[in-house]
Write a protein that binds this ligand. Structure first.
Ligand code: SF4
Length: 231
């Protein structure tokens, strides 16, 4: 079990939050990386600050080609070792044989079934042995993320720490940081995407729409989480 959650001043920088979280965890900490702008920024700032941070990624089997390109660019630039996790193949075979390839569009339950098999179960294996995990979640991203804390105890995953270093960053601050450091960027952002997940469940958003409006766009806004960030 990690130590107590440290107090984080309101003016703490992302690097301050990350450092405090890693120190408080008192053991191995990894970033759950989906190769978003946020995750790329965290990899860069951890690298710059000399922080010990692992990186794992979940290959759901339904990712965009452009996402793999970012993974490849990061591996090259930072000599990064990414711990890839896949869904259990028997579960995916059973799902696709019984329900077809697009069952997640039929109902919220079926969408959760797919996310559970392809994301949540691999996440639970990825978190085993960790003292903490890092996410790129930001408060302004959607109505489901307004109550986030910089460092939380993840009771649903054994009480390890969950560290959200970019919690206070706006999208403009994030983009400015990634521009300033010329960080790898998923090409889909230039096509109007603002939050990128699995290919069939993500689309570009229109000007003025919520950042996550392109995720599971057929559902209500309060349902737009995949189960990785249950609270
Ligand atoms: Fe399945 Fe879509 Fe969830 Fe990916 S985001 S795991 S394709 S329902």
């Amino acid at each position: 079990m990690s130590k107590n959650i440290p107090d984080i001043p309101s003016d703490a920088t992302p690097a301050d939050i990350l450092r405090a979280g890693i120190e408080a965890a008192g053991g191995p900490v990894s970033l759950a990386c989906s190769f978003s702008l946020e995750d790329v920024a965290i990899i860069h700032l951890a690298h710059e600050a000399g922080l010990e941070l692992g990186v794992f990624a979940i290959d759901t089997g339904r990712l965009n080609e452009e996402t793999y390109e970012v993974a490849d660019a990061l591996t090259e630039r930072y000599r990064l070792k990414i711990d890839w996790y896949f869904p259990r193949h028997g579960d995916v075979e059973a799902l696709e044989r019984a329900e077809g390839l697009f069952s997640f569009r039929e109902s919220l339950d079926k969408r959760h079934e797919c996310c559970s098999i392809r994301k949540v179960e691999p996440l639970s294996r990825a978190l085993k042995g960790l003292a903490g995990w890092v996410t790129g979640m930001r408060r302004e991203q959607s109505i489901t993320r307004g109550e986030l804390a910089p460092i939380e105890r993840d009771e649903l995953n054994g009480g390890i720490l969950k560290i959200n270093p970019l919690i206070n960053w706006s999208e403009d601050e994030l983009i400015a940081y990634t521009d300033q450091h010329r960080l790898p960027r998923n090409r889909l952002y230039s096509q109007g995407y603002r939050s990128i997940g699995c290919a069939p469940c993500t689309r570009a958003v229109k000007p003025g729409e919520d950042v996550r409006a392109g995720r599971w766009w057929w559902e209500n806004p309060e349902n737009k989480e995949c189960g990785l960030h249950r609270r």
